[in-house]
Design a binder for this molecule. Structure first.
Ligand SMILES: Nc1ncnc2c1ncn2[C@@H]1O[C@H](COP(=O)(O)OP(=O)(O)OP(=O)(O)O)[C@@H](O)[C@H]1O
Length: 341
Protein backbone atom coordinates (compact mmCIF):
# COMPACT_ATOMS: atom_id res chain seq x y z
CA UNK A 1 0.00 0.00 0.00
CA UNK A 2 1.31 3.42 -0.90
CA UNK A 3 2.60 5.53 1.89
CA UNK A 4 0.12 8.16 3.04
CA UNK A 5 1.89 11.26 1.78
CA UNK A 6 1.89 13.55 4.70
CA UNK A 7 3.14 16.46 2.62
CA UNK A 8 0.16 16.21 0.29
CA UNK A 9 -2.94 18.12 1.18
CA UNK A 10 -6.13 16.15 1.44
CA UNK A 11 -8.32 16.47 -1.67
CA UNK A 12 -9.99 19.84 -2.07
CA UNK A 13 -13.61 19.34 -1.09
CA UNK A 14 -14.85 21.32 -4.05
CA UNK A 15 -12.51 19.73 -6.55
CA UNK A 16 -12.61 16.11 -5.47
CA UNK A 17 -10.15 13.46 -6.49
CA UNK A 18 -7.25 15.79 -7.08
CA UNK A 19 -5.04 15.93 -4.03
CA UNK A 20 -2.93 19.06 -4.25
CA UNK A 21 0.60 19.43 -3.10
CA UNK A 22 0.51 21.80 -0.19
CA UNK A 23 1.55 25.24 -1.35
CA UNK A 24 1.30 27.16 1.91
CA UNK A 25 4.51 28.40 3.56
CA UNK A 26 4.02 25.83 6.31
CA UNK A 27 3.20 22.64 4.44
CA UNK A 28 3.77 20.32 7.38
CA UNK A 29 2.16 21.45 10.59
CA UNK A 30 4.20 20.83 13.72
CA UNK A 31 1.09 19.42 15.34
CA UNK A 32 -1.30 17.16 13.46
CA UNK A 33 -4.05 18.02 15.94
CA UNK A 34 -4.23 21.00 18.30
CA UNK A 35 -6.95 21.33 20.88
CA UNK A 36 -7.26 24.36 23.17
CA UNK A 37 -9.80 24.95 25.92
CA UNK A 38 -12.14 22.33 24.50
CA UNK A 39 -15.40 22.09 26.42
CA UNK A 40 -18.52 20.10 25.84
CA UNK A 41 -21.71 20.09 27.86
CA UNK A 42 -24.45 17.78 26.64
CA UNK A 43 -27.80 19.56 27.05
CA UNK A 44 -30.34 18.33 29.58
CA UNK A 45 -32.90 15.97 28.06
CA UNK A 46 -36.11 14.75 29.64
CA UNK A 47 -35.11 13.57 33.08
CA UNK A 48 -31.39 13.64 32.26
CA UNK A 49 -29.61 16.72 33.64
CA UNK A 50 -27.02 18.54 31.52
CA UNK A 51 -23.68 16.73 31.54
CA UNK A 52 -20.26 18.33 31.21
CA UNK A 53 -18.12 15.80 29.37
CA UNK A 54 -15.13 18.05 28.64
CA UNK A 55 -14.08 20.88 30.91
CA UNK A 56 -11.23 22.65 29.12
CA UNK A 57 -9.05 20.12 27.33
CA UNK A 58 -5.70 21.24 25.89
CA UNK A 59 -3.81 18.79 23.70
CA UNK A 60 -1.14 19.08 21.03
CA UNK A 61 -0.51 15.92 19.04
CA UNK A 62 2.83 16.12 17.23
CA UNK A 63 2.83 15.27 13.54
CA UNK A 64 3.96 11.69 12.99
CA UNK A 65 3.35 10.54 16.54
CA UNK A 66 1.48 7.50 17.73
CA UNK A 67 -0.56 9.15 20.43
CA UNK A 68 -2.66 7.38 23.04
CA UNK A 69 -5.67 8.92 24.74
CA UNK A 70 -6.38 7.02 27.95
CA UNK A 71 -8.92 7.47 30.66
CA UNK A 72 -11.45 5.63 32.76
CA UNK A 73 -15.03 5.08 31.58
CA UNK A 74 -16.86 8.34 30.99
CA UNK A 75 -13.63 10.41 31.03
CA UNK A 76 -14.46 12.14 27.75
CA UNK A 77 -12.37 10.21 25.21
CA UNK A 78 -15.19 9.45 22.75
CA UNK A 79 -16.54 12.98 23.06
CA UNK A 80 -13.10 14.34 22.10
CA UNK A 81 -12.84 11.99 19.13
CA UNK A 82 -16.39 12.66 18.00
CA UNK A 83 -15.69 16.39 18.02
CA UNK A 84 -12.61 15.76 15.84
CA UNK A 85 -14.74 13.60 13.52
CA UNK A 86 -17.36 16.34 13.20
CA UNK A 87 -20.01 14.16 14.85
CA UNK A 88 -20.40 16.14 18.08
CA UNK A 89 -20.57 19.93 18.26
CA UNK A 90 -18.26 21.44 20.86
CA UNK A 91 -19.53 23.95 23.41
CA UNK A 92 -16.31 26.00 23.49
CA UNK A 93 -12.67 25.89 22.54
CA UNK A 94 -10.57 25.63 19.41
CA UNK A 95 -9.59 22.59 17.38
CA UNK A 96 -7.34 22.38 14.35
CA UNK A 97 -6.66 19.24 12.34
CA UNK A 98 -3.59 19.40 10.09
CA UNK A 99 -3.68 23.14 10.57
CA UNK A 100 -7.35 23.46 9.54
CA UNK A 101 -9.73 25.02 12.06
CA UNK A 102 -12.78 22.77 12.39
CA UNK A 103 -15.10 25.82 12.58
CA UNK A 104 -13.61 27.91 9.80
CA UNK A 105 -12.42 25.14 7.43
CA UNK A 106 -14.61 22.18 8.37
CA UNK A 107 -14.37 20.38 5.02
CA UNK A 108 -10.60 20.61 4.86
CA UNK A 109 -10.40 19.47 8.47
CA UNK A 110 -12.67 16.51 7.77
CA UNK A 111 -10.61 15.47 4.77
CA UNK A 112 -7.46 15.49 6.86
CA UNK A 113 -8.75 12.87 9.26
CA UNK A 114 -9.96 9.28 9.07
CA UNK A 115 -11.90 7.96 12.04
CA UNK A 116 -12.40 4.30 12.88
CA UNK A 117 -15.40 4.12 15.19
CA UNK A 118 -15.76 1.84 18.17
CA UNK A 119 -18.94 0.12 16.99
CA UNK A 120 -18.60 -2.59 14.40
CA UNK A 121 -21.43 -1.27 12.26
CA UNK A 122 -21.16 -2.39 8.66
CA UNK A 123 -23.86 -2.37 6.01
CA UNK A 124 -24.54 -6.07 5.42
CA UNK A 125 -25.63 -5.54 1.82
CA UNK A 126 -22.29 -4.29 0.52
CA UNK A 127 -19.15 -6.27 -0.15
CA UNK A 128 -15.88 -4.87 1.26
CA UNK A 129 -14.96 -3.64 -2.24
CA UNK A 130 -18.28 -1.87 -2.65
CA UNK A 131 -18.10 -0.40 0.85
CA UNK A 132 -14.65 1.10 0.18
CA UNK A 133 -15.62 2.37 -3.27
CA UNK A 134 -18.73 4.02 -1.91
CA UNK A 135 -16.84 5.63 0.94
CA UNK A 136 -14.19 6.92 -1.48
CA UNK A 137 -17.01 8.37 -3.58
CA UNK A 138 -18.41 10.12 -0.53
CA UNK A 139 -15.03 11.79 -0.01
CA UNK A 140 -14.92 12.77 -3.67
CA UNK A 141 -11.95 10.56 -4.55
CA UNK A 142 -12.06 10.11 -8.38
CA UNK A 143 -12.25 6.46 -9.56
CA UNK A 144 -8.75 6.61 -11.06
CA UNK A 145 -7.30 7.84 -7.75
CA UNK A 146 -8.91 5.14 -5.60
CA UNK A 147 -6.74 2.55 -3.89
CA UNK A 148 -9.40 -0.02 -3.11
CA UNK A 149 -7.38 -3.12 -4.04
CA UNK A 150 -4.28 -1.82 -2.30
CA UNK A 151 -6.19 -1.17 0.92
CA UNK A 152 -7.96 -4.54 0.81
CA UNK A 153 -4.63 -6.30 0.33
CA UNK A 154 -2.87 -4.31 3.07
CA UNK A 155 -5.62 -5.25 5.52
CA UNK A 156 -5.64 -8.94 4.52
CA UNK A 157 -9.13 -8.68 3.02
CA UNK A 158 -8.28 -9.30 -0.65
CA UNK A 159 -9.86 -12.76 -0.65
CA UNK A 160 -13.03 -11.35 0.93
CA UNK A 161 -13.25 -8.36 -1.43
CA UNK A 162 -16.44 -9.58 -3.05
CA UNK A 163 -17.97 -11.49 -0.14
CA UNK A 164 -21.14 -10.29 1.57
CA UNK A 165 -20.16 -8.11 4.51
CA UNK A 166 -22.45 -10.13 6.76
CA UNK A 167 -20.17 -13.15 6.22
CA UNK A 168 -17.15 -11.27 7.67
CA UNK A 169 -15.86 -12.13 11.13
CA UNK A 170 -15.61 -9.45 13.82
CA UNK A 171 -11.91 -9.03 13.15
CA UNK A 172 -12.47 -8.66 9.40
CA UNK A 173 -15.18 -6.04 10.04
CA UNK A 174 -12.79 -4.09 12.23
CA UNK A 175 -10.18 -4.18 9.44
CA UNK A 176 -12.77 -3.07 6.89
CA UNK A 177 -13.62 -0.09 9.10
CA UNK A 178 -9.93 0.84 9.18
CA UNK A 179 -9.92 0.54 5.37
CA UNK A 180 -12.90 2.87 5.13
CA UNK A 181 -11.09 5.45 7.26
CA UNK A 182 -8.11 5.30 4.89
CA UNK A 183 -9.81 5.66 1.48
CA UNK A 184 -9.12 9.39 1.23
CA UNK A 185 -5.52 8.99 2.35
CA UNK A 186 -5.82 11.18 5.45
CA UNK A 187 -2.64 12.26 7.23
CA UNK A 188 -4.35 11.71 10.61
CA UNK A 189 -5.97 8.43 11.60
CA UNK A 190 -8.07 8.08 14.74
CA UNK A 191 -8.82 4.66 16.19
CA UNK A 192 -11.43 4.47 18.93
CA UNK A 193 -10.78 1.30 20.95
CA UNK A 194 -9.34 -0.56 17.94
CA UNK A 195 -8.83 -3.89 19.64
CA UNK A 196 -11.84 -4.07 21.96
CA UNK A 197 -13.04 -7.66 21.93
CA UNK A 198 -10.57 -8.97 19.33
CA UNK A 199 -8.45 -12.07 19.86
CA UNK A 200 -4.74 -11.99 20.62
CA UNK A 201 -3.65 -12.88 17.09
CA UNK A 202 -5.72 -10.18 15.44
CA UNK A 203 -4.62 -7.68 18.07
CA UNK A 204 -1.01 -8.36 17.09
CA UNK A 205 -1.91 -7.96 13.39
CA UNK A 206 -3.66 -4.66 14.03
CA UNK A 207 -0.79 -3.38 16.15
CA UNK A 208 1.64 -4.25 13.42
CA UNK A 209 -0.49 -2.48 10.80
CA UNK A 210 -0.85 0.60 12.98
CA UNK A 211 2.93 0.66 13.44
CA UNK A 212 3.37 0.37 9.66
CA UNK A 213 1.07 3.33 9.08
CA UNK A 214 2.87 5.36 11.72
CA UNK A 215 6.21 4.36 10.19
CA UNK A 216 5.02 5.79 6.89
CA UNK A 217 4.24 9.13 8.44
CA UNK A 218 0.56 8.86 9.36
CA UNK A 219 -0.21 10.49 12.71
CA UNK A 220 -2.22 7.99 14.74
CA UNK A 221 -4.45 8.87 17.68
CA UNK A 222 -5.93 5.94 19.52
CA UNK A 223 -8.06 5.45 22.56
CA UNK A 224 -7.80 2.24 24.46
CA UNK A 225 -8.77 0.63 27.72
CA UNK A 226 -5.81 -1.71 27.46
CA UNK A 227 -2.89 -0.05 29.16
CA UNK A 228 -0.45 -2.59 27.82
CA UNK A 229 -1.67 -1.67 24.33
CA UNK A 230 -0.88 1.99 24.93
CA UNK A 231 2.47 1.09 26.46
CA UNK A 232 3.38 -1.14 23.51
CA UNK A 233 2.21 1.17 20.73
CA UNK A 234 2.24 4.79 21.76
CA UNK A 235 5.17 7.16 21.96
CA UNK A 236 3.09 9.79 23.74
CA UNK A 237 0.12 9.43 26.02
CA UNK A 238 -2.47 11.81 27.43
CA UNK A 239 -4.50 10.68 30.40
CA UNK A 240 -7.91 12.27 30.64
CA UNK A 241 -10.13 12.10 33.70
CA UNK A 242 -13.52 13.72 34.20
CA UNK A 243 -13.16 15.89 31.15
CA UNK A 244 -9.66 17.19 31.87
CA UNK A 245 -6.17 16.19 30.84
CA UNK A 246 -4.36 15.09 33.99
CA UNK A 247 -1.09 14.07 32.32
CA UNK A 248 0.44 14.27 28.87
CA UNK A 249 3.94 13.06 28.22
CA UNK A 250 6.06 10.43 26.55
CA UNK A 251 5.10 6.96 27.68
CA UNK A 252 8.51 6.52 29.27
CA UNK A 253 8.34 9.79 31.17
CA UNK A 254 4.88 8.99 32.52
CA UNK A 255 6.13 5.76 34.02
CA UNK A 256 9.32 7.44 35.23
CA UNK A 257 7.34 10.29 36.78
CA UNK A 258 5.78 7.83 39.21
CA UNK A 259 9.10 7.66 41.07
CA UNK A 260 8.31 4.19 42.36
CA UNK A 261 10.42 1.11 42.10
CA UNK A 262 10.56 -2.22 43.85
CA UNK A 263 13.74 -3.99 44.88
CA UNK A 264 13.31 -7.70 45.52
CA UNK A 265 16.14 -9.35 47.45
CA UNK A 266 16.57 -13.10 47.91
CA UNK A 267 18.28 -14.03 51.16
CA UNK A 268 20.26 -17.15 52.06
CA UNK A 269 18.33 -18.11 55.20
CA UNK A 270 14.55 -18.34 55.57
CA UNK A 271 12.90 -15.57 57.64
CA UNK A 272 9.69 -15.49 59.71
CA UNK A 273 9.41 -11.71 59.54
CA UNK A 274 11.39 -8.74 58.24
CA UNK A 275 13.72 -7.24 60.86
CA UNK A 276 12.26 -4.03 62.32
CA UNK A 277 15.04 -1.85 60.86
CA UNK A 278 14.11 -3.02 57.36
CA UNK A 279 10.37 -2.69 57.96
CA UNK A 280 11.05 0.99 58.73
CA UNK A 281 12.51 1.27 55.20
CA UNK A 282 9.31 -0.12 53.63
CA UNK A 283 10.36 -3.77 53.40
CA UNK A 284 7.82 -6.58 53.33
CA UNK A 285 8.27 -10.34 53.21
CA UNK A 286 7.08 -11.87 49.90
CA UNK A 287 7.97 -15.38 51.08
CA UNK A 288 10.48 -16.71 53.65
CA UNK A 289 13.38 -16.14 51.25
CA UNK A 290 12.35 -12.90 49.49
CA UNK A 291 12.09 -9.34 50.80
CA UNK A 292 10.54 -6.54 48.72
CA UNK A 293 11.45 -2.88 49.22
CA UNK A 294 9.08 -0.35 47.63
CA UNK A 295 11.05 2.84 47.33
CA UNK A 296 11.31 6.18 45.56
CA UNK A 297 14.46 6.28 43.42
CA UNK A 298 14.63 10.08 43.83
CA UNK A 299 14.96 9.66 47.62
CA UNK A 300 16.50 6.29 48.29
CA UNK A 301 19.53 4.60 46.79
CA UNK A 302 19.63 0.83 46.29
CA UNK A 303 23.05 0.96 47.93
CA UNK A 304 21.44 2.22 51.17
CA UNK A 305 18.87 -0.58 51.15
CA UNK A 306 21.59 -3.16 50.66
CA UNK A 307 23.60 -1.50 53.43
CA UNK A 308 20.62 -1.96 55.75
CA UNK A 309 20.45 -5.63 54.78
CA UNK A 310 24.08 -6.03 55.68
CA UNK A 311 23.60 -4.20 58.98
CA UNK A 312 20.80 -6.66 59.79
CA UNK A 313 23.25 -9.52 59.11
CA UNK A 314 21.26 -10.86 56.17
CA UNK A 315 23.15 -12.58 53.41
CA UNK A 316 21.98 -11.57 49.90
CA UNK A 317 21.83 -14.33 47.27
CA UNK A 318 20.14 -12.45 44.42
CA UNK A 319 18.33 -9.18 43.64
CA UNK A 320 16.06 -7.66 40.98
CA UNK A 321 14.47 -4.25 40.55
CA UNK A 322 11.08 -3.59 38.98
CA UNK A 323 9.92 -0.31 37.39
CA UNK A 324 6.40 0.97 37.88
CA UNK A 325 4.08 0.25 34.97
CA UNK A 326 1.82 2.49 32.96
CA UNK A 327 -1.02 0.92 34.90
CA UNK A 328 0.52 2.17 38.16
CA UNK A 329 0.83 5.65 36.63
CA UNK A 330 -2.75 5.53 35.36
CA UNK A 331 -4.12 4.50 38.74
CA UNK A 332 -2.08 7.15 40.52
CA UNK A 333 -3.31 9.89 38.18
CA UNK A 334 -7.00 9.07 37.82
CA UNK A 335 -9.44 9.23 40.68
CA UNK A 336 -11.60 6.25 41.56
CA UNK A 337 -15.35 7.05 41.46
CA UNK A 338 -15.55 7.05 45.28
CA UNK A 339 -12.94 9.82 45.46
CA UNK A 340 -14.80 12.00 42.99
CA UNK A 341 -16.14 15.33 44.09
N1 LIG B 1 -24.96 12.05 23.94
C1 LIG B 1 -24.72 12.24 25.23
N2 LIG B 1 -25.65 12.86 26.02
C2 LIG B 1 -25.42 13.06 27.33
N3 LIG B 1 -24.29 12.70 27.98
C3 LIG B 1 -23.34 12.07 27.25
C4 LIG B 1 -23.51 11.81 25.85
N4 LIG B 1 -22.39 11.18 25.41
C5 LIG B 1 -21.56 11.05 26.46
N5 LIG B 1 -22.13 11.58 27.57
C6 LIG B 1 -21.54 11.67 28.91
O1 LIG B 1 -20.34 12.40 28.82
C7 LIG B 1 -19.31 11.83 29.64
C8 LIG B 1 -18.12 11.46 28.78
O2 LIG B 1 -18.50 10.40 27.92
P1 LIG B 1 -17.53 9.78 26.80
O3 LIG B 1 -18.33 8.76 26.05
O4 LIG B 1 -16.91 10.88 26.04
O5 LIG B 1 -16.42 9.08 27.71
P2 LIG B 1 -15.35 7.95 27.34
O6 LIG B 1 -14.09 8.39 28.00
O7 LIG B 1 -15.31 7.73 25.88
O8 LIG B 1 -15.96 6.70 28.09
P3 LIG B 1 -15.86 5.13 27.71
O9 LIG B 1 -14.44 4.73 27.99
O10 LIG B 1 -16.82 4.52 28.68
O11 LIG B 1 -16.25 4.98 26.26
C9 LIG B 1 -19.96 10.64 30.33
O12 LIG B 1 -20.40 11.04 31.60
C10 LIG B 1 -21.14 10.30 29.44
O13 LIG B 1 -22.18 9.72 30.19
Amino acid sequence: MAAPESNVRPPHPLRPGRPRVHSSPNPLPEYAVEIAGLAKTYAARRRQPAKTALAGVDLAIPRGSLFGLLGPNGAGKSTTINILAGLVRKTAGQVTIWGYDIDRQPLHARHAIGVVPQELHIDPFFTPREALEMHAGMFGVAPAARRTDEILAALGLADKADAYARSLSGGMRRRLLIGKALVHNPPVLVLDEPTAGVDVELRQQLWSYVRTLAGRGTTVLLTTHYLEEAEALCDRIAIIDRGQVVACDTTRALVHRLDRKTLVVTVADALDAVPAALADLGATLLDPLRIAFRYQPSRTRVQDLLGAMQAAALSVVDLTTEEGTLEDAFLALTRPPAAAA
